[in-house]
Design a protein around this ligand. Structure first.
Ligand code: PLP
Length: 235
């Protein structure tokens, strides 16, 4: 299948999952997870209708930006972000999905202040409590959300989660449902900043229909669009 056929298929699956859940398919954004893809593959995906690219390594982001590979699409940073690399990401992407500590949040705010801009961010929550994974606890997310209200150069747009790679269909639904509840709770406590919270980023190739059933507004899909990645890549 061509990239165009994959994009059409994934979009059709998104629409079907939305309709089954009584939701408007227009509420759901498809973000193409472009790690390890070439500039030309990214351009082909955008030509096939991809409007958001999600990058998860700073080095690849920088190279694709230099090549102007994302022209015509938004760029999101979806991978783990080290504090010492915020300079290469802040102001260069439309949304950072992976803010999971006060230190990182403050570093992004400081860098955005230097550039005189406001950086849109999501808080990444380790919703399954997996030891080896990034993301903060739900309680930390509540605290970080409140902290964003004091920081003038970040705007909290929502939450993101990467539950376990699920061996069985439906296995991650409780995690997605828990994320949805946390999203609603945090949003309710955001006061005047509530209206900015419009993004719940969850669901990947193996489980995006389930994520949509539980309220995802953005799904991050790689393999189902581009085919399998080389096995040894450290993502
Ligand atoms: C790679 C990646 C995805 C997409 O994974 P697939 O299983 O290939 O769809 C989604 N989110 C993040 C953060 C990723 O790194």
């Amino acid at each position: 299948m061509s990239i165009q056929e994959h994009v059409n298929q994934v979009k059709a699956n998104i629409a079907a999952a939305a309709q089954a859940a009584g939701r408007d398919p227009e509420e759901i954004t498809l973000c193409a997870a472009t790690k390890v893809q070439t500039d030309d593959t990214i351009r082909a995906a955008i030509a096939a209708g991809i409007t958001v690219c999600g990058e998860n390594r700073v080095q690849e982001l920088t190279a694709h930006l230099a090549a102007d590979a994302y022209r015509g699409a938004q760029v999101h940073f979806i991978g783990h972000l080290q504090t010492n690399k915020v300079k290469q990401v802040v102001g260069k992407v439309d949304l950072i999905h992976s803010v999971d500590s006060e230190r990182l949040l403050r570093a992004i705010d400081a860098q955005a202040a230097k550039q005189d801009l406001v950086q849109d961010i999501l808080l990444e929550v380790n919703i399954a409590g997996e030891e080896s994974k990034g993301g903060c606890t739900p309680e930390e997310a509540r605290q970080l959300a409140q902290l964003t209200r004091e920081l003038e150069h970040v705007r909290l747009r929502g939450l993101m989660a990467i539950p376990p790679i699920s061996p069985e269909p439906g296995a991650n639904r409780p995690f997605f449902a828990a994320m949805r509840q946390l999203f609603v709770d945090i949003k309710a406590n955001m006061g005047d900043n509530q209206c900015n919270m419009d993004c719940l980023s969850m669901g990947m190739s193996g489980d995006y229909p389930d994520a949509i059933a539980e309220g995802a507004t953005l799904v991050r899909v790689g393999t189902a669009l581009f085919g399998p990645r080389p096995p040894m890549h450290k993502g």
